[in-house]
Design a protein around this ligand. Sequence first.
Ligand code: ATR
Length: 289
Amino acid sequence: MISGRTRIFGVISDPVEHVMAPAINNAAFRKLGLDFLQVPFRVKKEELGKAIEGMRALNIRGINVTIPHKVAVIPFLDELDPLARRIGAVNTIANDGGVLTGYNTDAPGFLQALLGKGIEPKGGNVVILGAGGASRAVSFILAERGSNVVILNRTLERAKELADGVLGALRKEITALKLDRENLARALREAHILVNTTSVGMSPNINETPVSADLLKSDLVVFDIVINPIKTRLLREAEAAGAQTIKGLDMLVWQGVTAFEIWTGLKAPFELMKEEVIKALEVASLRSQ
Ligand code: ATR
């Protein structure tokens, strides 16, 4: 029951209809008996500053931040967690007595998803496809963990910019290459882990794949961060090649778990949150058909 004691959380996005955070977090709040409630807010780009001031004024306890606000929100915050500062993107804000701190839980969420499957990327060769916002979080956390990272992107310039950003922040060299068959074949020969952060294979283009099946091999771990469909063509073909696969939904669950724990200081109900993510993805998939 909502009362004067209920603590309010939000998620800001534009559009906002597709966000899954309220379904997942409210289920977790209920499970732990917390008098908390999360609601969606559609916030236009030009009103982001006002929305964050509103969070302060209304004493909203926490906010999930998603597209298109993850980078633009930074100037409006009081503090940044060191990882969010290095990555240059925030997806979770906590309000502690009027002090707003920005965190990035996409990056630790990605790492937890790997570690949760018993895979330690430290010292391994990792091939990352894509150089957008998602690749930024993934590249930083892997470079920080001590992986040897190669980024391949359709637009080489973006891959180089990202590699330079990692070098500047972490003093770690990253190889940037154009995403073509020859470079991909060469990089995959030495690779232990392949991560797709591009939108190739995402609904409605579910018959596309960023890597042709003949380049996949059984001693590879293939992680596709695409969440709709839950099992992409890349993951299906990787499975057929005998590779170990990790789904984008695992990263989504772990990033949500990390945000929940920052807000509540309590251990998040992982299995319940995972079930809620799967339910929300099934609904999203039915809607997009
Ligand atoms: P996000 O924040 O989700 O990472 P983004 O910043 O738009 O989204 O990045 C999308 C990524 O998918 C980019 O690396 C993009 O490549 P470009 O930098 O060349 O645009 C990649 N991408 C999208 N469509 C692609 C396609 N058809 N083939 C190859 N790469 C593609």
